[in-house]
Design a protein around this ligand. Structure first.
Ligand code: FAD
Length: 460
């Protein structure tokens, strides 16, 4: 219970402008990128790790839940404060503290916007690859907490592959520094890996040391149009089997294409059943061009009716704008969407797409398919109207069948969005009882009072 005396304590820590409790503020911080909603009791906007630590101490003493929050772009209801309490937003902890060129690392506070971090390092010739499509409205801390991915993961890996060190506040308020600037460090358990992807349930991340690599100098981007979705899906495997490692290999189906084209007028083909967006990159112009031509050739051989290679940076930017706009553009088709994040071994992509289409046909609701096909990570989005109880009931069944399809094919529930509140009921099926038990024990050891983001990840 947030009494006036507790609010005064919190105000002393975070400052008067760091405590928000108007109905408008509570409403804004009660959402994320889904349709889920639950308001916090208070919103706190600390500026330092020390302040976060003191806030956690107050929360522990008073048994108040704390939900860490970046920019609330999550797609699993992870930052929705389902049990009220404190919404602790890191958006004022947004300083890039150091770009250490000699060691190729950047040290940043958790609330830095991902795109800002990328721009800052790119200006100095460095590259921070993790690129969730939400990169302009997501934070580095949120990306670490979800182990975010993005189109470039196929070649460059996920956020966790770049985390060298963290500063975190534990559930008792203690501050812990893990790792550092060393590329190799195998002393003790890998706590960076434990906290990466922990979705606010084990700690509040306040700072990170992130690995950088050399900025690729050349890019070639192509859009291949297919008359059949199955043909596009099969081509993904053919490109990778040929030894080409594109920086990105993205799939959009016809509904995704239509929604983006209606919203943005980018000249996308409205009569194609699917498109593949392929990008190659590297330090050598000739080999980057050779790879895109080889990928384009494979697309043609596998039935692409047209392959357009972007002629200049503006055309490349427009193709990427199309891909990054899919998720928001789906709002044009239906009042609600439920976007999943299943991943399958890449050889199973054609089969999982067939099964997703069958689920859509069975229940009569559209399932839009797009995503990072190159690494088997698809975002089937069910379009529906939540006000219609009949549709809402069907959505529950459809999600269950989507997850079953992924698991049957040797896949998993989430490639990058995390479990949050939405996937909890399916966790046991995905991980099995032994894994769940171990993970619950870790949670219990680090957060015995269940203060940090209760009601997330674990089934009740
Ligand atoms: C249009 C759109 C496109 C997207 N595309 C992608 C994509 O390509 N790839 C991808 O991976 N995701 C994608 N996402 C999902 C989302 O942007 C990512 O999950 C992102 O990492 C969330 O960052 P955030 O700062 O908004 O975190 P939030 O949504 O605020 O929080 C997400 C989770 O992280 C926890 N958390 C946040 N900050 C901290 C912290 N400092 N310490 C501890 N826990 C914390 C929260 O408690 C919550 O559980 C997309 C979302 C949208 C809306």
């Amino acid at each position: 219970m947030l009494t006036q005396s507790i609010l005064s304590q919190l105000e002393k820590i975070a400052g008067r402008d760091g405590v928000r409790s108007s109905p408008e503020d509570l409403a804004v911080y009660g959402y994320d990128g889904t349709f889920e909603e639950s308001r916090p009791g208070v919103v706190l906007l600390p500026r330092t790790t020390g302040q976060v630590s003191q806030i956690v101490e107050v929360a522990v003493a008073q048994r108040i839940p704390i939900v860490a929050r970046g920019m609330g772009s999550g797609l699993a209801a992870g930052s929705v404060p389902s049990r009220g309490g404190i919404a602790l937003a890191t958006t004022r902890m947004n300083r890039i503290l150091e770009i250490d060129a000699a060691n190729a690392v950047v040290r940043a506070e958790a609330g830095v916007v991902t795109a800002d971090l990328q721009t800052a390092v790119e200006n100095l010739g460095w590259f921070y690859p993790p690129d969730p499509s939400s990169l302009r409205h997501a934070t580095v801390g949120g990306n670490i907490a979800c182990n975010a991915g993005g189109p470039r993961c196929l070649k460059y890996g996920v956020t966790g592959d770049y985390v060298l060190g963290l500063t975190v506040v534990l559930a008792n308020g203690r501050i812990l520094h893990t790792g550092g600037k060393c590329i190799k460090d195998v002393v003790g358990f890998d706590l960076n890996a434990l906290f990466t992807g922990s979705e606010g349930t084990l700690c509040v991340i306040t700072e990170a040391v992130l690995r950088l690599i050399a900025l690729p100098k050349f890019f070639r981007t192509a859009l291949a149009e297919f008359v059949s979705l199955d043909g596009a899906a099969r081509t993904v495997d053919s490109i990778l089997a040929a030894g080409i490692v594109p920086a990105a290999l993205e799939l959009m189906d016809e509904t995704a294409i239509a929604c983006v084209e209606e919203a943005m007028h980018l000249g996308l083909p409205l009569d194609a059943e699917a498109v593949l967006l392929i990008e190659t990159d590297g330090a050598d112009e000739e080999s980057v061009s050779r790879e895109i031509e080889a990928a384009a050739g494979i697309c043609r051989k596998r039935g692409a009716r047209r392959v357009r290679v972007a002629g200049d940076e503006a055309e490349r930017a427009s193709l990427w704008q199309a891909r990054r706009s899919v998720s928001p553009a789906l709002g044009r088709k239906a009042p609600n969407k439920l976007g999943e994040d299943i991943t399958v071994p890449r050889s199973a992509i054609p089969e999982v797409i067939r099964r997703l289409k069958a689920i859509s046909g069975k229940y009569g609701l559209p399932v839009v398919i797009f995503g990072h096909a190159g690494d088997g990570n698809l975002h089937p989005n069910i379009l529906f109207d939540k006000r219609d109880p009949g549709q809402w009931k069907k959505v529950g069944q459809m999600v269950k069948e989507e997850f079953s399809a992924a698991l049957d094919l040797g896949g998993t529930l989430s490639g990058e969005h995390g479990v949050g509140a939405f996937k909890r009921p399916y966790l046991e099926k995905a991980l099995g009882p032994v894994s769940i038990e171990i993970q619950k024990r870790i949670k219990q050891a680090l957060d015995p009072l269940n203060i940090l983001n209760p009601g997330k990840i674990f089934p009740d």
